[in-house]
Write a protein that binds this ligand. Sequence first.
Ligand code: HEM
Ligand code: HEM
Length: 536
Amino acid sequence: KPSGRGMRIVNWHDDRLGLAKMGKENLRKVFPDHWSFLLGEIALYSFVVLLLTGVFLTIWFKPSMAEVDYNGPYQLLKGTPMSEAFASTLDLSFEVRGGLLVRQIHHWAAILFVAAATVHMLRIFFTGAFRKPREINWLIGLGLFMLAMVEGFAGYSLPDDLLSGTGLRFADGLMRAIPLVGTWVEFFVFNGEFPGTAIVPRLYMVHILLIPALLLGLVAAHLALVVYHKHTQYPGPGRTEKNVVGYPLFPVYAAKAGGFFFVVFGVLTLMGTFMQINPVWKFGPYNPGEVTAGSQPDWYMGWLEGAVRITPNWEWHIGHTTWSWNIFLPGVCLMGVLFTLLVAWPFVEKWITGDESEHHLLDRPRNVPTRTALGVAAMSCYAMFWLSGANDIIATHFHPSLNSITYFMRGAIFIVPIITYQITKRICVSLQRADRQRLLHGSPSGEIIREPDGAFHEAHVPVSEEEAWTLTQQKTYPVLTAGSIDDRGRRVSKKRARWMKWFLGDNVPKVTREELEAARHHTEIGSGHSAGNAEI
Ligand code: HEM
Ligand code: HEM
């Protein structure tokens, strides 16, 4: 071991902590570079900003529903009875130095956090990054996603202003609509009838302790698995299922990621400075008898709000019980369906393809048209629910009647996804055809050549070796018929064969090595006067 005074101190620590070995193993870890890998990082950094700003807010926020008369500097509410929670949020906004800025950064960071996690999830879905061995990280991610939404909801319920109370009333409705046990659930959560005086202190505990601790634990597990599996990479020259091409963690990636943290923090600070968010003094304190026109939740709750707004008023009365399908179905069931589908998808896909191999190379979305189309259909369905949540705003701004928006949306949530599914699938298949064409016949060069006999044609430029690598590096699966045996020796059932046809049936045949060689040969012979005009 090296000696010297400084090294002795280093060695003393190393003997006890084993850091040198761990560092040697991990500091050279390679991370590939691609903009879409920044989405998870944005979620991570906004989470850090939430933790920092959240601790600041806890110093002044009072999680109490005890009633006080407001006596602060905001004249319009002077003397108004309100909860201590609301009064302390007003103090945070008007009296605590930097309080409003930190409140606004905290709120913007919450919005960005959920948005980045959502788009990150879409990147994972569309590129197939959830496939073996990353299924568990997909599930951890879903846990993070769900907790993030609940955490945000708990957060904006804390100030106890009119908007937050309206949101809680909505949550109360969802709870009460749970068949048979609804009233008990409400009494359990609110310690009696809505709104009571217990909900803010309870949500406070959930918001600053319970969920942040769960989020921290899951984020740590999530990142540990990213390091353990190593990051995926997009297909490209020199990239295979067995390597990772990129920069080492130290120093390049650490410097980039550290810098990017400050970019995210800086942008959030600018937003907190210049863009007003949740001006609770304008809404006033919560009063169960009032709702402001145009009340809207934060964006990530809008889809549930919309679902409740457009569901018909179905209700059953059986014996002494009421079954409020008009809230239970869109609220509780819809959330259940969404998360069940998300949890199940990696396993459904694996069952259809029968593929047990590991995947470290990402899919280009066009190469898996059915998955891509399903994802876009789900996004469009979500968007329809989300728009329905703004039916009142659409009505007041664009003047259609509220009823016609409701009827339209009831149809749109079923029809729009079918249309977007078909269009996306067709676009993907066309892009596959275009790739095939380009591989075999080169790209159009824009150069028109006139032959001695007067005919015109456009010169084609053969794709480079690098691009050919990217375009051919796609695993394809055969579409097996019922009764045949798959490559793992299992007989394909009728059901699985049908699903295979649906999932894989539209793929354009992959260009084989022989086809590529033949096309190249043809190009060389024909390239005397134009570069690769094999076919026009
Ligand atoms: C308030 C979200 C983490 C402490 C809020 C609000 C939101 C929110 C949307 C309402 C802000 C407003 O008044 O406009 C989140 C999210 C988090 C998170 C999504 C993490 C994923 C934390 C943590 C703490 C914290 C870790 C404390 C350690 C607070 C406090 C308030 C608050 C004290 C009430 C003050 C206020 O409303 O101005 N949070 N938060 N938050 N948050 Fe968080
Ligand atoms: C990768 C953070 C949510 C699934 C990553 C990475 C980070 C990250 C920093 C590595 C960089 C990247 O690929 O973007 C987070 C944070 C989340 C979150 C802070 C906060 C809520 C999710 C969600 C899902 C998910 C909702 C899916 C449902 C994955 C998977 C990987 C990953 C499968 C590995 C991807 C690969 O190697 O290509 N996450 N993530 N994460 N995340 Fe997340």
